[in-house]
Design a protein around this ligand. Structure first.
Ligand code: PAP
Length: 333
């Protein structure tokens, strides 16, 4: 009796806490600036970035309760910048002594399941997920801007890896992703309107220039804490980027590994073609909505040229020139 009364009390306290958070969020969203996402759903500007209302409780829980540990690896990006690739690489590099490459979990599990998102997955499904038992090092991901990261990520010894991508390709990737997903639902705005919104800074987790700048500045100020990678550089020279990533994560490749071709093998099993052709990435859905295959579209640099006019690209370039001015950050096209 005593135990069941205690359980009942805890569950009443939990429901009360959930109810309280729900009310707090309802009040909060009423006062947040509001815009429309590309498919017409409302976007809210929370702490300076745009998000969907369904993620606000998860973001708040993540910010309030996540306890980072010194060994954690936190992968970050604005969506469609190379997150899936970074997840595959970081997981494989950090776990290469646990799993021989020929039996890598990457061959049977999508990268987004191996390295789950904190606010879009773990805290979205459960307000207090149990992350204590995750194998070490814990590798977790978030799209939150640097300024909105939980304090424990900033103050602990965990490491942050950010991947950035040319905003023109990032825009097209996002546009194509939503178009493929929305085939039955024709509410998507035209590409011109979508581009207009992006130039005005209205995009999921945007403005993009603020997102990249937050992490860029942090990486300049604290290079041991934040590693800033670029999608275009990774496409140009994946081997040196893998070495750099392993050094940063504190698990540099030995001479023996180098001679055995381990780095090359990792670059291959994490490559676009290999991942795209795995059965596990051709089938199934991520978070019950997106087909896993949607995360592997084309995987190239410069695809924006097939969709945007030169006046559109000039416009974005001017915006970036102004916003990134003096930062030392620029993007290859
Ligand atoms: P997410 O933010 O929704 O997780 P993210 O992985 O950041 O998406 O970006 C998807 C892009 O990365 C896609 O680009 P595209 O639309 O221009 O083709 C996807 O094809 C690309 N991508 C996924 N995996 C790889 C990889 N292994 N190598 C290179 N590019 C990749």
């Amino acid at each position: 009796m005593e135990t069941s009364a205690a359980i009942q009390k805890v569950s009443m306290e939990t429901s009360a806490a959930i109810e309280e958070l729900r009310n707090e969020i309802q009040q909060l969203t009423l006062n947040l600036p509001r815009e429309k996402n590309l498919d017409g759903t409302p976007l809210y500007q929370y702490q300076g970035f745009w998000t969907l209302s369904e993620f606000i409780p998860a973001i708040i829980s993540f910010q309030r309760h996540f306890q980072a540990e010194d060994g954690d690896i936190i992968l970050t990006s604005i969506p469609k910048s190379g997150t899936t690739w970074l997840k595959a690489l970081a997981f494989t590099i950090a776990n290469r002594t646990r799993f021989p490459l020929q039996n890598s979990p990457l061959l049977t599990t999508p990268p987004h399941q191996l390295v789950p998102f904190l606010e879009l997955d773990l805290y979205w499904k459960n307000q207090s997920p149990n992350l204590e038992d995750n194998p070490k090092p814990r590798i977790l991901a978030t799209h939150l801007p640097y300024a909105s990261l939980p304090n424990s990520i900033l103050n602990s010894g965990c490491r942050i890896v950010y991947v950035a991508r040319n905003p023109l390709d990032q825009f097209i990737s996002r546009w194509k992703f939503l178009s493929s997903w929305q085939e039955q639902n024709m509410n998507l705005v035209s590409i011109e309107e979508a581009f207009e919104k992006t130039c005005n800074g209205v995009q999921f987790y945007g403005p993009v220039w603020e997102h990249v700048l937050g992490y860029w500045k942090a990486s300049q100020e604290n290079p041991e804490k934040v590693l800033f990678l670029k999608y275009e550089d990774m496409q140009e020279n994946i081997i040196s980027n893998i070495k750099n990533l392993a050094n940063f994560l504190g698990c540099a490749f030995s001479q023996v590994e180098e001679t055995q071709g381990v780095i090359k093998e990792i670059s291959k099993i994490c490559s676009f073609d290999d991942l795209k052709n795995l059965e596990v990435n051709k089938n199934g859905k991520y978070l019950l909505r997106f087909g896993n295959e949607a995360f592997f579209r084309k995987g190239t640099v410069g695809d924006w040229r097939n969709y945007l006019t030169s006046s559109m690209s000039d416009r974005m370039e001017k915006i970036l020139e102004e916003k990134l001015c003096g930062s030392g950050l620029s993007f290859k096209k």
